[in-house]
Design a protein around this ligand. Sequence first.
Ligand SMILES: [Zn+2]
Length: 410
Amino acid sequence: MSVLDRFLRYVQIDTQSDERSTSYPSTQTQLVLLRALVDELRGIGLADAAIDEHGYVTATIPATTAKANAPVIGFIAHVDTSPEMSGAGVKPIVHRRWDGRDIVLPDAPDAVLRKTEIPALLEQVGHDIVTASGSTLLGADNKAGVAEIVTAAEYLIAHPEIPHGAVRIAFTPDEEIGRGTQYFDVAAFGAMCAYTMDGGLRGEVEIESFSADAMTVTFHGFNTHPGYAKGRMVNAIKVAAAFIDSLPQHTLSPETTEGMEGFVHPYVVDASVEKTSVRLLIRDFETEGLAEKERMLEALAQKAVARHPGSRVECAVEESYRNMKQVLATRPEIAEHAYEAVRRAGLEVRRRSIRGGTDGSRLSFMGLPTPNVFAGEHNFHSRLEWVSVQDMEKAVEVIVNLARVWEERS
Ligand SMILES: [Zn+2]
């Protein structure tokens, strides 16, 4: 079966995750696709395909090599789609041999893909582009990756003459709500490294992500009846407002940074006169850069307090995740083999740094070094999400090449 046929089948199953849910996986609908994947993997000859009590699906493509030291490598994709946009009733449309004209989505005439606005589309003229119909996301993030991994597995099983070590596969739930690795059993997975197939541009390999902390700055004031408050009330809301107003205006914010720049980002305020807390995201590619930003925030908070006698402040920092480069730099062959696999597919390697975290950043620190490789998905979490069939086919080739390269160089 082609990677496109698989992809079209998967995207029609609603697998939206839900951050308000306390169950795991967060939604039962994800299990529908996860269970179907177990059947499909068994059907193509992966005899050990199974689903565990958390919903993780794993399977093994048995080794074909005579080399005893060929390492076990893994491929991972997530089945859930973003809570930010409906994933129910997805109607995928294949725009065959796209001629470069605007793609208007039938269910939302205002939703238009234009190559003048989407640079990645420029290199897709003549390719087959898949979109949704305008009322939902497509779910290429990350069902493109799922379809590619299953298709590569089918290919490797059908071609036992290709020498490779054992290849492990995992399909996970709840990546979009940051819980994709919560119960992932790295030891049981048993791979030396893995690749998430969850990137965008053809040829892309990502070995670097943000390092991330969350900070809570809590201002304490003093509340009393406002009619009789003269000289006594200290309004924590005003102290917090002074603090927020003192944050850098033209630098260090999500709306003023790109590339390798970090930022601080207030995103929730819980306010009352007695006590107001500000939650901030801290992001930097260097972990020392996080500490620097945290010291700056603490100093600004103290300044705001100094302007409001009687108030005080507490700052608390929690670690969110760390740049996976810290781990991957110690094992350069993991990225090198991915670059080689991309080149053998006839593509140019594009190295990019992720301005966010991935399941791979967490897995890398859990003992499974995991860079991210392109799957072809674009405009994530949007009605304008799209993927190119030719890019998906190239990603399948890259997976097969990776299995070969690891065997050759072992
Ligand atoms: Zn994704």
